[in-house]
Write a protein that binds this ligand. Structure first.
Ligand code: NDP
Length: 346
């Protein structure tokens, strides 16, 4: 299938993408392009929003177009006349060498088995015994960048502060909790269900873990006292509760509001007056604004992965046909850590 969509996540350019479930032929690859075999695609709650025909930070995915998705894959074709094509449009990216067949890359390939993309929109990635390709869709990709900048730049965490993270057993949340812990904060993790809470407590060593599905959640939440930073992944009732527990100068990093993504009539904030009385800030942010500093976060987090301070978990589905269920599964809490779909047969 062919589709005209804007695959650039910052919405800054439009060009024609050709994708298909079959391999592209050599003649179809023009100078400056590369064809990749998609190995893994990222499944993100934001995808739900990309299906709404509303104004947002990226244009909606057009009806009939392939679903937009971040992916990692391997270069399988470069133009005939060039042995390699230049790759990487991000000045901050450490790797700017030309792409060649066999290279591991990441980019916005969509839910597809093969994708032909401008080589400048593909970033070459480094894989080694500690760094799996999938990490570039998780901690070393958009997920990790979101956690890192939300915690540091928006949350402005300081050692000793109380940092509450919702969606804590998810991809972004589990990294946000660990970063706050690494930097000496008292972390309160909120997640749904015993297994997730056990993982956060026992494996990740998070001091306080609350299950929002527990009957006495509200009572236990009040017992934690007041918070300095709330890293919000879910919005809704949990955001409302956090707004009632702000310390003076508290920061809310408004990362996401998954509880509202499928709700046609989401509730407004009910406790916003606390923002005024406590001189607190609630600040929206989008990870892409940090593109020129991604390398700082990626290097730091790769170090934490290697020295064992950052532990990662992934939930996998298999095959293009499972992408839809995987996306729907995010809204039913089916994932621990990063949700990914394995596309290629090995
Ligand atoms: P997750 O891995 O956290 O997956 C979603 C999780 O959300 C589920 O596992 C589930 O966990 C929880 N959830 C689902 N429905 C509800 C609900 N009704 N109420 C409370 N929790 C719910 O996804 P990500 O880590 O990829 O994303 C986390 C958040 O960050 C999302 O809101 C996403 O949109 C946002 N985001 C924002 C970015 C930005 O630039 N601002 C960039 C990337 C992500 P449980 O079982 O615990 O309920």
């Amino acid at each position: 299938p062919k589709a005209a969509i804007d695959p650039k996540l910052d919405g800054s350019g439009t060009f024609q993408l050709e994708r298909g479930v079959k391999m592209f032929s050599q003649d179809e690859v023009k100078p400056g392009e590369a064809v990749i075999k998609v190995e893994w695609v990222s499944i993100d709650p934001a995808m739900r929003g990309w299906l709404n025909p509303t104004r947002s930070y990226v244009p909606p995915v057009a009806i009939g177009a392939p679903m937009r998705a971040l992916a990692v894959g391997r270069v399988v074709l470069v133009p005939k006349t060039e042995r390699t094509v230049e790759g990487g449009n991000d000045k901050s990216a450490p790797l700017m060498e030309p792409l060649k067949v066999g290279d591991w890359v990441t980019g916005v390939a969509g839910w597809a088995e093969y994708a032909k993309l401008p080589a400048k929109d593909l970033q070459k990635i480094q894989i080694d015994k500690d760094i799996s390709p999938t990490y570039y869709l998780g901690a070393l990709g958009m997920t990790g960048q979101t956690a890192y900048w939300g915690i540091h730049d928006v949350g402005k965490i300081k050692p000793g502060e109380t940092v509450v993270v919702s969606g804590a057993a998810g991809a972004v949340g589990s990294i946000a909790c660990q970063l706050a812990k690494i930097h000496g904060c008292k972390v309160v993790a909120i997640a749904g269900g015993k297994d997730k809470c056990r993982w956060l407590k026992e494996d990740l060593g998070i001091e306080t873990v609350l299950d929002y599905k527990d009957a006495d959640f509200k009572k236990k939440f009040r017992e934690i006292g007041y918070l300095d930073v709330y890293f919000d992944n879910v919005g809704g009732d949990i955001l409302d509760m956090c707004l009632t527990r702000l310390n003076k100068g508290a920061r809310i990093a408004l990362c996401g509001a998954i509880s509202a993504y499928n709700d046609p009539n989401p509730k407004g904030l009910q406790a916003y007056l606390n923002l005024i009385s406590q001189r607190a800030k609630i600040e929206g942010f989008i990870v892409f604004d940090y593109a020129d500093r991604y390398h700082i976060a990626a290097e730091e987090m790769a170090r934490y992965i290697r020295d064992g301070r950052l532990k990662l978990r992934e939930t996998h589905a298999n095959g293009l046909e499972e992408c839809v269920d995987a996306l729907v599964g995010l809204f039913a809490g089916k994932n621990q850590g990063k949700m990914l779909v394995k596309i290629a047969d090995d």
